[in-house]
Design a protein around this ligand. Structure first.
Ligand SMILES: [Zn+2]
Length: 56
């Protein structure tokens, strides 16, 4: 069974919950599923590109 993990981004670190609202601040949460990258590491792809370039 697929559980929709949702995220509240109103904090220093994303708060993960299964609820439509954040358990900590009551804000609306976002569905985390479509995120193409780790939401905690928005520059991961950029950093990987740099790393790849450094090896060439
Ligand atoms: Zn929150």
């Amino acid at each position: 069974m697929h559980a929709d993990i949702r995220i509240c981004r109103a904090h220093d670190r994303p708060v993960y919950t299964l609820s439509d609202t954040c358990p900590e601040c009551d804000e609306q949460t976002e569905n985390s599923a479509p995120a193409p990258f780790d939401p905690g590491d928005p520059y991961g792809e950029y950093r990987r590109k740099l790393k790849r370039r450094a090896r060439e």
